[in-house]
Every structure is written in C-alpha cells, then in structure tokens.
Design a protein around this ligand. Structure first.
Ligand code: C2O
Ligand code: CU
Length: 546
C-alpha cells in the first residue's frame, strides 16, 4: 500500500488540525513514527488567516464575468486572405474584493477580471486570441524551484493559456514549456470544430500552473452549435457560467498558498482552502426569477472536489458533462465535480416566488439564489426536451490498442511520496504514448495510490468504459494486472463525452478514445494542480495516419 504525500503533510504534523482552520482538513490515517519524523510537514501560515465562517453570508452579488468582444480582425495564419475575429486577453494584476468585509485582494486575471471574460464560440467559426502577459515580474505566490520546469534562473512569472477541452492544433494548445514572461504574447487559433460544450481556459505554465491558476488565471469558454440552440434551453440572462474554486485568504485580504516546512521545497501535494469562491466571490447571491436557469458548473479548484446540492431539495437537471450534451437530461440530487470537470445543469425556481435557494456543499452553503415574485414581464421558461443529442456508445472492439498506464508516485528512501507520476515516467522522459491519428485506443489507468485523480487528456474527447477493481499486491509484486471483480460501467451522468475522468483508488479506470485532431505533441495529466506541476503530466504524440 502506498500513501500520497498529502497524508504525510496533512496527517502527520497536525499543525493545521488545530481549530485555526475548522473543516479545512480531511481525516488522515495514522502514520508510523519513522514517517512522521522524516516527512515534510505543512507549515504553519506565517500570518493569520480569515475564517470564512465568521463572515456575513450573501452580502455580495454574484459576479458575472464579462463576455469577451473581438478587438478586430486578423488574417488566418493558414489561409492568407481569410480574416478571423481577433480577441485579446491581457493578463495583469489587479485588486478585487472577494467579500464585502475583506480588504481588497491582489489577483491575477485576464482583462482585469478573475474569472476572465467568457469566450463565446460557435461551432466551425474559428477565431484568434492574442494571449498577452502584462503581469509583474515577481510572483504573487511561493515558487518551488526544486520542481522540474521551475528551476532558478527562469523568469519567475511565466504564463501560457490552454483551452481545456478544445480540439486545437499542437501549436495553439498551451504547451507548458512554451510559457512566456511578462512583456510577451502568443497568438493562438481556435478552430471551434467540435460539438457544443462547456469548456474553460486557464494557465498551463510548466511547474507553476497551480500558482498561476490559484492567483486567478482562469475563465469560461462556451462553445455553441445549432443542434444545441434548437433545444431552446435557458439563455441570455438565464444562462450563466459558475466557476468554483477554494482559497485560503490572509486577514490582510491577500491570497495565502500553503507551503511545506522546507523552504527549499515548499511544494505541498494538494492545496485546499476554506473559502469557496463562486465566480471570484465568497458567499454571493443572485437575484433570480421564478423560472429555469442554465448553469455551467466548472470546477476550477486546485484539488477540491464538489458535491453540490440545492437547499430546495429539488434536483438539478443535468444536461451535459465535460464535452457537451448528454443523450437525455438526468435528475440529480447531487452533482459531484472533480477538478476540471464540468456539469451543464438546468435548475428550476418556478413556484419558489419570494423564497431563497442555496447551492450547497455538504458542509456549507456557497451561493444564494433570491427568487423574485413573478411579474408579468417575463414568460415562463420552457421545459427541457426529453432527448438532447445522440451520444453513441463507443465499442471497445474498435480499439486497435490498449495501454496500461499507472497513476502513481515516486517515493524517497523513507517511503515518502515526493512526486507523482503517470506510467512510471517523468515529464521529460521520452514520449511513450503515440497514438495514430483517427485510431481508437483504450487507456487503462491503474491507480496505485490511495486517492482519486482526475485524469485529463488534451485534444480529444473520450468515453468511460468501466472502473474495475484489481489486485494491487499482484501489480506491485509481479506487475501483473489481475482484476478482482467485474467492471462497473459508468453511471448515466458519466456516460457522455468526457475529457477528464476520475481514476478512483483501487480501480483500473478504462477509457476509450478516438484520437481525432492534428498530428503533433500534446499533454495528458492529473488535474490536481499540485500533482500536475510535480511530474504527474506526460506528453503524448499524435502520429499522422499513413
Ligand atoms: Cu485543464 Cu492540461 O488542462
Ligand atoms: Cu493526481
């Protein structure tokens, strides 16, 4: 049995188990003494932190990020003479209040906003985005220079934007090593040649992604198509992105990012906060009408997963997952989202005139909807159609290859996990995953750790075949993959198109992927950002078909 470093960090020392952060930590198993002594500990914060439970709830309006507008047109890089809309997203530092009663916080965002402006795309209508880095040259948060890609000597501040879930060319995908310093920019082309889906963009700089996103570099990217439009789902004022993430906030209002007690290696294996931001605000409210709303739920947290419910005890109607619409709407009392996962849901406030409804985590309310009384100005919303889109199941027999890929960790001499790996490889090892364009493969993710990891593949969409229990001992002793029970097919809400899959502990999670796209190099990784930054990311190479 192997343990993730988080358990050492958060379990052994008990520094943070003090009432300083009630509810911040999860229970951790007792560790042997030797490990207790050797393992790095989560350091006591060097400043007092805000306890969000003491703040007034629902005093700030839910921010709705502005919709990005093109600043002009520019020639298509591959088709001279054809002009494409051009957007500009400038990353810069700015101040914002996370809550009415907190001092202003320095954040990093796009166009002075975190979440950044929402990019609205239509299928098969390409556009260009100039991602410009106008950030300061000193990082807001503590860099671990012992991590690959973040060594001393590189500019501390480096960024590169990636649209999560977009099928783009290899030079437009936010290759982590293409991160650039302040004063520079990159022009990326987005073909938008894929089905309607809730995508999002965020930073992807090698070795500091966790810090750049924590600082605020993320936003929504909504891709629409005529098929979806024809469903007459709630739109306009009745459709909103809702990006969730958790932070620690110092009493002076500034973001606090947790560090280990080793100043030469401050990386912690998972950063959890006790303040949940909804579109950048703590405990906001939204004035709503007694009708249906469409919410694009996006988990933008570094490591936290959400188990959302409504205090009205009405179900969410889930209509989509990561890569777009499901076949049919699903009534769900709870929506679970691991980092980077999305749920497209319709919530119905009709008949709740004058009442409030809270969006909740099990432990606390996050956002309050204040339902107005109906006036006659607004028509009632139409019901969600019973059929949304055809989602044909992919057939395992079409796969030309199955890859057995471990989700694991590298231990030091004392048995402490010091970094996370995929397939037992480091980022900089030679490429091992090299699917051929348009071929179908099965990737079987063998989780060797005691935790679930949300695994994301760039470029492609995929389906979950099954999660199947296996014998960890047989794997560790003989590298033998021995299943110990039948495969569990995905539940309906996970049976649509995905781009991020929860690889559960003690399971082999098997996904089936058609590798459509432009040949070249892309990445796949764990979306726990601390893991991703510390080796749980690998390149893959899409080979041209013969
Ligand atoms: Cu959300 Cu590699 O990305
Ligand atoms: Cu992970």
């Amino acid at each position: 049995m192997s343990f993730s470093r988080r358990r050492f960090l958060l379990g052994a020392g008990g520094v943070l188990a003090a009432p300083l952060f009630p509810g911040l930590l999860r229970a951790a198993p007792a560790m042997p003494m030797a490990d207790k002594r050797m393992a790095p500990q989560l350091a006591q914060p060097n400043q007092p932190l805000v306890n969000p439970a003491t703040l007034a709830r629902f005093v700030d309006a839910l921010p709705l990020p502005p919709v990005a507008r093109p600043i002009g047109q520019r020639e298509h890089p591959a088709h001279p003479g054809r002009r494409l809309p051009l957007y500009r997203m400038e990353m810069r530092a700015f101040q914002a209040r996370l809550h009415r009663d907190l001092p202003p916080t320095t954040l990093w965002g796009y166009q002075g906003s975190s979440p950044g402006p929402t990019l609205e795309a239509r299928r098969d209508e390409p556009f260009l985005v100039e991602w410009a880095n106008a950030l300061p040259t000193h990082h807001l948060l503590p860099i671990d220079h012992s991590i690959h890609g973040a060594e001393k000597g590189r500019p501390d501040v480096r960024t590169v934007a990636h649209v999560h879930g977009a099928r783009v060319g290899p030079n437009d995908d936010g290759w982590p090593e293409d991160a650039f310093a302040p004063g520079h920019s990159l022009l990326y082309r987005y073909p938008n040649a894929q089905e309607a889906a809730t995508l999002w963009y965020h930073d992807h700089a090698m070795g500091i992604t966790r810090l750049n996103i924590y600082a605020g570099l993320y936003g929504a990217y909504l891709l629409r198509d005529p098929e979806e439009q024809a469903l007459a789902l709630p739109s306009g004022d009745y459709e909103l992105p809702l990006m969730l993430c958790d932070r620690l906030i110092a009493r002076d209002g500034q973001l606090y990012y947790p560090v280990s007690d080793d100043p030469a290696a401050p990386w912690v294996s998972e950063a959890y906060g006790n303040a949940t931001l909804c579109n950048g605000k703590l405990y906001p409210y939204l004035e709503a009408e007694p009708r249906r709303y469409r919410l694009r739920l996006i988990n933008a947290a570094n490591a936290r997963h959400y188990e959302l419910s409504l205090s009205s005890r009405r179900p969410f109607m889930q209509i989509g997952s990561d890569q777009g619409l499901l076949g049919t709407p699903l009534e769900r009392m709870r929506v679970e989202l691991y980092p980077a996962e999305r749920a497209d849901v319709v919530v119905d406030f009709s008949g709740l005139d004058g009442k409030t409804v809270e969006l909740r985590q099990p432990s606390e309310p996050l956002l309050q909807f204040r339902v107005r009384s109906r006036d006659n100005k607004h028509a009632a919303s139409v019901a969600v159609p019973a059929a949304l889109r055809a989602v044909p199941r992919m057939d395992a027999a079409t796969a030309v290859r199955e890859r057995i890929l471990t989700v694991g960790e590298m231990d030091d001499a004392n048995g402490n996990a010091m970094m996370m790996t995929l397939g037992g490889h480091h980022w900089s090892d030679p490429i091992t995953e090299d699917p051929v364009q348009d071929s179908v493969e099965i990737w079987s993710l063998v989780n060797l750790t005691g935790d679930a990891h949300p695994i994301h593949l760039h470029l492609v969409r995929f389906q979950i075949l099954e999660r199947r229990p296996y014998d960890l001992f047989a794997w560790n002793e003989r590298k033998e993959l021995k299943y110990t029970g039948p495969g569990q097919p995905p539940p309906p809400h996970e049976a649509g198109w995905k781009d991020t899959v929860r690889a559960d502990a003690d399971m082999v999670t098997r996904i089936i992927v058609r590798f459509e796209g432009e040949p070249g190099k892309y990445v796949w990784h764990c979306h726990l950002l601390e893991h991703e930054d510390n080796e749980m990311m690998r390149p893959f190479k899409l080979l041209p078909k013969a």
